[in-house]
Design a protein around this ligand. Structure first.
Ligand code: LLP
Length: 436
């Protein structure tokens, strides 16, 4: 049976029903167009050009609120690396979230947004002296230390009671792609719990008069589907807290909450997470006779991924063993298929047609520059057609590059029928500015 024959059971990009949960809230098919944030995708493409990353502000805010509502006593920290943009950081500040940054650069964006230092946490397995100095100068509330070298360096740079957390590798397998699994042993992040390195880090921090240990941190990976992985992390981390010999006020479980990309992908069970993780925390703390620390979580993807839609223009169609549909973007705005084998849905906007399976490829000089394989588009797809790819709000703008000196696309925020760029399109002038 061919893919086209299977169509009624798997759905296709030209049918009126959108993949549930994958598109921004309220996205609608109207006629053959797609309304995002109340605006037709065809109009957005005409006004802002392509490729263009459309970001639905209300979806971002709604997801941020959902995390706060699910865990009202926890500190919800937006993972700034997932969508580095001052305007998005401002939305997060308004929604009462904290922010994590992993470099002086991300901190510079937070400063530009006027994000309160008292709600910023700095991360990173490597923080250069410049990163640490920028963090101390802005007065970020907590720095998550990741190596003994860093503890010594920060101890020397800090002057008075800088609050720190220690990043621990708890040895939890989050069953995700190897390149985004960070809780397992034998990797560059954190101090191993099993080897005793984490406990040694606790002692080293406590020895530093200029540092104050306030918490332990772990991040088991990204695109994590199972709440059980977090429960396991809680069990192990509370065990460590009990053996620290000093009061640990905060337990940061990191981010990693999965987001749906394709039809049938499930959303993260946030209510289940809130319930089961809180219960596990209370139970383990009672068992070990330690006061329950305040919980922190650091969602990135689950807040912004499904708020984003990328619009591309088809530039060429090539028939060979399969049909290649080449667009005006590619791995420079979305390296995730090449990096993680990520899969995306694609929809042709503006007209319908009898579907057939095609491979959507980018414009870059790499055979691996493939955006989506075996997706259904109208069989007569041709140059000039407009394609929309959902679930592109997280780690797209963040990972974008200038490969082939292609200018990076804008990020255009939409809300209530109003569109405004929050990142402008890169120009050749921007590119030339760095060359000497
Ligand atoms: N906290 C820490 C310490 C992290 O390292 C990360 C992500 C997060 C929170 C947020 O994780 P999220 O909730 O967004 O999964 N480029 C990859 C993802 C790398 C994640 C890096 N750390 C991708 O495109 O899938």
């Amino acid at each position: 049976m061919t893919l086209a024959e299977l169509l009624p059971s798997i759905g296709c990009s030209t049918e009126p029903v959108l993949e549930e949960g994958v598109w921004p809230d309220g996205t609608e098919v109207v006629g053959q167009d797609l309304l995002i944030g109340g605006l037709p995708a065809t109009q957005l493409a005409a006004r802002f050009g392509t490729p263009c990353q459309v970001l639905d502000e209300q979806t971002v805010r709604t997801r941020a609120r959902a995390f706060r509502a699910a865990l009202p006593r926890a500190e919800v920290v937006f993972a700034g690396k997932s969508l580095p943009c001052p305007e998005v950081y401002r939305w997060m500040a308004q929604e009462g979230l904290s922010l994590d940054v992993s470099s002086a650069g991300e901190l510079a964006l937070a400063r530009a947004a006027g994000f309160p230092a008292s709600r910023i946490i700095m991360h990173g397995n490597v923080k250069t002296a410049e990163d640490l100095k920028a963090a101390l100068e802005y007065g970020v509330s907590r720095i998550v230390v990741d190596s003994l070298d860093e503890i010594a360096q920060l101890g020397a740079l800090a002057t008075h009671g800088q609050e720190v957390m220690i990043r621990v590798t708890p040895g939890v397998d989050a069953h995700t792609h190897a390149k985004i699994a960070t809780g397992v042993e034998d990797q560059k992040f954190g101090f191993s719990l099993a080897s005793g390195a984490a406990l040694e880090a606790v002692l080293r921090v406590v020895e530093q008069p200029s540092l104050r240990l306030v918490g332990l941190h772990c991040h088991i990976g990204s695109q994590v589907r199972h709440v059980a992985s977090y429960e396991e992390a809680v069990r192990r981390m509370v065990g460590l807290i009990a053996s620290c010999g000093t009061r640990i006020e905060q337990l940061d479980l990191g981010g990693g909450f999965c987001a749906p990309y394709l039809r049938g992908d499930s959303d993260f069970d946030l209510a289940g997470f809130a319930h089961r993780v809180t219960a596990a925390l209370n139970y383990e703390c009672a068992l070990h006779r330690v006061p329950p620390p305040r919980l922190l979580i650091e969602p990135g993807r689950a807040i912004v991924a499904n708020a984003g839609v990328t619009l591309y223009r088809v530039c060429a169609v090539k028939e060979s063993a399969r049909t290649f549909v080449a667009v005006d973007g590619g791995m420079s705005d979305n390296p995730r298929p090449a990096l993680y084998g990520a899969k995306y849905a694609v929809r042709l906007v503006g007209r319908g047609g009898r579907p057939k399976p095609v491979t959507v490829v980018g414009r870059h000089c790499e055979a691996g520059d493939v955006l989506a394989e075996d997706v259904l588009l109208p069989g007569d797809v041709h140059a000039g057609d407009l394609l929309a790819v959902p679930a592109t709000g997280a780690y797209h703008h963040a990972l974008a590059s200038n490969y082939n000196q292609v200018c990076r696309p804008p990020v255009v925020a939409v809300k209530d029928g109003v569109a405004r760029p929050v990142v402008r399109r890169e120009t050749e002038e921007d590119l030339l500015r760095r060359y000497v």
